[in-house]
Design a protein around this ligand. Structure first.
Ligand code: UD1
Length: 350
């Protein structure tokens, strides 16, 4: 079976690492990784391939930057050409980025079956580009692999029940691996002189926050308020760095650093006392480390984390109590289950 895996943005490299490892272990699938180029800085892309041992991309399309429409359009054209040339039996897309959308659209035009990992997540906010991307990808896919029961329920509400499987969360697999590796392969604690200190970790990059001047100022004020009780370590996404430089924003009590590799990020999370973020992935990673998280958005796709008392929106006064475990994110075997579902599906086509 020939499988095209489409990746382009940081969270997709992490998810692909977990699944590609399982693909290699299972055998019988010839996987080609196609990198759209959406994320192109070394510390947003190459470092993840190196650290996580992701097979080198069979193709790198070099399409990063530009408006969403232009970016997605260029990807669509290049991905279609690649698919016409190599004729994969199926195309695997992850999550909700413009690379996901372009991969799903290109495959659907060529009648190539699509597998969507992280299917069924919904923020119910159609102003988010990610919400549009994930809804379209779900409705075009033949296999919808959901991390949670909530995802399965969301799909059912939209009439999607065929090909739906709850396989657990591949980010959980990735986190368990990173926690182990980061014990010996990270120097971040000594680099930042954090050993034995209390600190929070913050990331911020969503367009809904960065592109609205007033809102961004309010979010920064909120982060500064949190920084009054402990320093906030802030690996800054390139878009956010640009916006902060343009607007002359230098938050007090906040230690700005370059984006981190995966092992450094997890080492930092392991000893932190609070996570502040607008990222989807980090909300869950905070939970996997059992760290309280404040989500810097007005809604979240990861409602389970809020229900379990580990996460709250910044608009909420407090976390729900008591804190409990989330039971359906899998045992770190979501990658293996993903591959098993794909192989079963492929065998049934013959
Ligand atoms: C994308 C995803 C988002 C995901 C995030 C992870 C979409 C719509 N959004 O957002 O869901 O959470 O990735 O980080 O696909 N840039 C660089 N260097 C890089 C990468 C980006 O300078 O390596 C710049 C781009 O040129 C652009 C900006 O940062 O100006 C934003 O990048 P873009 O790929 O549009 O989306 P993200 O905000 O990263």
């Amino acid at each position: 079976m020939k499988l095209f895996t489409i990746v382009g943005a940081r969270p997709q490299f992490i998810k692909a690492a977990a699944v590609s490892r399982a693909v290699a272990e299972a055998g019988g699938i010839d996987e080609a990784i196609i990198h759209t180029g959406q994320h192109y800085d070394a510390n947003m892309s190459d470092i993840f391939f190196d650290e996580l041992g992701i097979p080198a991309p069979a193709r790198h399309l070099g399409i990063g930057g530009g408006s969403h429409g232009a970016m997605t359009g260029k990807m669509l054209e290049s991905l279609e050409a690649a698919m016409m040339e190599d004729r994969p039996d199926a195309v695997l897309v992850y999550g909700d980025t413009n690379s996901t959308l372009a991969g799903a659209l290109a495959a659907s035009k060529l009648h190539i079956p699509i597998v969507h990992v992280e299917a069924g997540l919904r923020s119910f906010n159609r102003k988010m580009p990610e919400e549009i991307n994930r809804v379209v990808a779900d409705h075009l896919s033949v296999l919808l692999l959901s991390p949670t029961q909530t995802g399965v329920d969301n799909l059912k509400t939209e009439g999607l029940t065929k090909g739906v499987h709850a396989v657990g969360d591949v980010m959980h697999d990735a986190t368990l691996y990173a926690i182990e590796q980061s014990k010996t392969r990270s120097t971040v604690m000594s680099d930042l002189e954090l050993d034995g200190k209390d600190y929070a970790v913050c990331t911020l990059h969503r367009a809904e926050n960065t592109d609205d001047v007033d809102r961004f100022a309010r979010v920064i004020a909120f982060i500064e308020d949190q920084a009054k009780t402990r320093p906030v370590i802030f690996p800054v996404h390139p878009r956010t760095r640009k916006v902060m430089a343009e607007r002359g924003i230098k938050p007090e009590g906040v230690v700005q650093i370059d984006p981190l590799g995966y092992f450094d990020l997890h080492r930092l999370l392991a000893d932190s006392s609070l996570v502040l973020t607008d990222s989807g992935g980090l909300q869950k990673e905070a939970y996997f480390h059992r760290k309280p998280c404040i989500t810097l958005r007005d809604e979240t796709e990861w409602t389970e984390t809020v229900g379990a008392g580990w996460n709250r929106l910044w608009t909420m006064d407090d976390w729900k109590s008591p804190r409990v475990d989330i039971t359906d994110c899998g045992d770190g075997d979501a990658g293996a289950k993903t591959v098993a579902v794909i192989k079963d599906w492929f065998a049934a086509q013959k």
